[in-house]
Design a protein. Structure first.
Length: 89
């Protein structure tokens, strides 16, 4: 967890909030599906601690794991520029 704290010092407030929001969305989707963290970990192919780190919004978790967990439960993440527009192509 120390790594996540170190990384968060370099992340702007809006980005950190987005990471936390993805974690909350993942937890809500998992619990709505009636699954425990162990089941989610097995399905995603990661350690149960990784699921806990995702759900707590720890910024040190690999983005592939965060997006993978969201996808497991049917959640799609979209990029958006700070001005509200779509990302540059």
């Amino acid at each position: 967890m120390a790594q996540g704290k170190r990384i968060s010092a370099d992340i702007a407030g809006d980005a950190l909030r987005a990471i936390k929001d993805m974690g909350i969305a993942a937890r809500l989707a998992r619990t709505a599906a009636g699954e425990g963290q162990a089941a989610a970990a097995t399905r995603l192919g990661v350690h149960v601690q990784t699921i806990a780190r995702i759900e707590s919004g720890e910024p040190g978790v690999a983005i592939v794991h965060v997006l993978g967990m969201l996808a497991l439960y049917g959640i799609t993440a979209y990029l958006q520029k700070p001005d509200g527009g779509p990302p540059a192509s």
